[in-house]
Design a protein around this ligand. Structure first.
Ligand code: GDP
Ligand code: GDP
Length: 453
């Protein structure tokens, strides 16, 4: 029985973790048995909607597991209602599969043999350099083995004879899939080995940066790292907050107080940029007793553009009366709308009021910055979202999100595979809903599109 597909899903499936899960795409012409195969692999836990003409499957990604390895199974068959003609459809599947998957399962109907379309796809797949597992489906009994062997012609290596319908030949197939899975994510996951978190404390002159630093660090501060050869000679300080060490970047620049000099703003902005370069999270300090300034907004934009986690800290709260508080709320609503996702704290560096709240805000932002949504979860969410709120029709066309993947963290980066250009308002809508669903507090999100023409 060891070469039979599991009748029941293995236990491991229920516990697919939030860690990196590799993606396996199932690609093939219509009717070769892709959804039957997907159902088999899932142990029929999740019904894949039958192929009713004109009805698109609303899910394309499923959490699966075999031999203790979790992976996301991507059923490309449900994606491309708009592609013209079968060749275009299957090419699109293969392209998305190659772009998004770690391993491609290419399913061929062995009772039909390799068609011209199959040959064309095989050529694409060979060129991609991705591991390809060739599935010779509909080998329901020993007499079909010869048909399967004929598929060596596709030059994709050994064809795996399988009956998705009856479950024949399966263990070997899944063993091969699991063996082809990468051990680690393809892109570098820059976790940089723990170490203290790197914080940039930024803000325009006189907002209270050095006062806050003094409050946080106290007198017995530790100055580290003189980096030679830079004009601003940044020196960091280790500061203990909430029982942990944090590395505050370029505190020398903060303490030097050169802002009275001419050209100070220019140099301050250079210093901010270089501090952000090395930081993971930025605390933008704002003087709450004064109207929000152009320079505050510019500094916030620098943080967002640098892709760093963000905390907004409103200082000098001891100077505020009720009237100023109301006005400030309105200023924030109006001008800080685009960073409404950033945690806000109100503090007084002078009295020390609420300064202890900084740690929680930093943790929140860093957590959002490093958050990763598993592919299956992301796509089932987007599938529902897109079904309920399709993109408006533009010039007779209706672009559609076919599949999405979170390609990176720090900050989270998403790639949407679409059938056309998504207008900015729709992308903002998707971003807003992503945040509502998954949080991502305190982090900018980078959302890009890969458009299939
Ligand atoms: P898809 O369009 O590639 O997703 O194909 P389906 O999974 O919908 O299968 C198409 C048809 O082929 C259905 O009638 C299936 O029952 C049948 N089929 C799928 N796998 C097998 C198989 O291993 N053996 C046989 N005999 N039929 C199969
Ligand atoms: P930096 O230029 O951003 O480093 O700002 P400083 O820390 O030098 O502070 C500028 C001025 O604001 C100094 O006179 C501080 O005493 C004052 N200041 C800083 N924080 C506060 C605060 O929370 N409340 C009040 N009332 N004054 C503050």
């Amino acid at each position: 029985m060891s070469d039979q597909f599991p009748a029941e899903a293995p236990e491991a499936v229920a516990e697919v973790s939030d860690a990196y899960t590799p993606v396996v795409a199932v690609v093939g012409r219509p009717n070769v048995g892709k959804s039957t195969l997907v159902n088999r692999i899932l142990g029929r836990r999740e019904a894949v909607v039958e192929d009713v003409p004109g009805v698109t499957r609303d899910r394309v990604a499923y959490d699966a597991a075999w031999a203790g390895r979790a992976f996301t199974l991507l059923d490309t068959g449900g994606w491309d209602p708009e592609a013209k003609g079968m060749a275009a459809r299957i090419t699109a599947q293969a392209e998305v599969g190659m772009a998004a998957a770690d391993v491609v399962m290419f399913v061929v109907d062995s009772t039909v043999g390799a068609t011209d379309t199959d040959e064309a796809v095989a050529k694409l797949l060979r060129r991609s350099g991705k591991p390809v597992i060739l599935v010779a489906n509909k080998v329901d009994g020993p007499s079909g083995e010869a048909d399967a062997a004929a598929l060596w012609n596709l030059a994709l290596g050994e064809p795996f004879p399988v009956s998705a319908l009856h479950g024949r030949g399966s263990g070997d197939l899944l063993d091969a899939v699991v063996a082809a899975l990468p051990d680690a994510p393809p892109e570098s996951f820059d976790t940089d080995g723990g170490g203290p978190r790197r914080v940039a404390l930024v803000g325009k002159p006189n907002v209270g940066k050095s006062s806050l630093l003094n409050k946080l660090a106290g007198e017995d501060r530790v100055v580290v790292d003189s980096v030679a050869g830079t004009t601003v000679d940044p020196i960091d300080e280790m500061v203990e907050l909430g029982g942990r060490e944090w590395r505050f970047i370029d505190t020398a620049g903060i303490r030097r107080r050169v802002h009275e000099a001419s050209g100070a703003e220019y140099f301050a902005s250079l210093r901010t940029a270089s501090a952000l370069e090395r930081a993971e999270v930025a605390v933008v300090l704002i003087d709450a007793s004064e109207p929000l300034a152009e320079q505050d907004l510019r500094i916030i934009s620098m943080v967002v553009d640098a892709g760093r986690a963000l905390v907004l800290a409103f200082n000098k709260w001891d100077l505020l009366d009720d009237e100023r508080r109301d006005v400030l709320e309105r200023e924030i609503d109006r001008q800080l709308d685009r960073v409404a996702w950033a945690p806000r704290i109100n503090v007084s560096a002078r009295t020390g009021w609420h300064v202890d709240r900084l740690v929680r805000a930093l943790d929140t932002s860093l957590e959002g910055w490093e958050q990763r949504i598993p592919t299956g979860k992301l796509n089932s969410f987007l599938g529902q979202l897109v079904a309920a709120h399709p993109h408006p029709v533009r010039g007779g066309k209706q672009p559609r999100i076919m599949f999405a993947t979170q390609a990176d963290t720090r900050p989270p980066r998403f790639v949407l595979f679409t059938t056309g250009f998504l207008e900015p308002s729709y992308r903002r809508f998707v971003e807003r809903r992503l945040r509502e669903e998954f949080g991502f507090e305190g982090t900018p999100l980078d959302i890009s599109m890969k458009i299939r023409e």
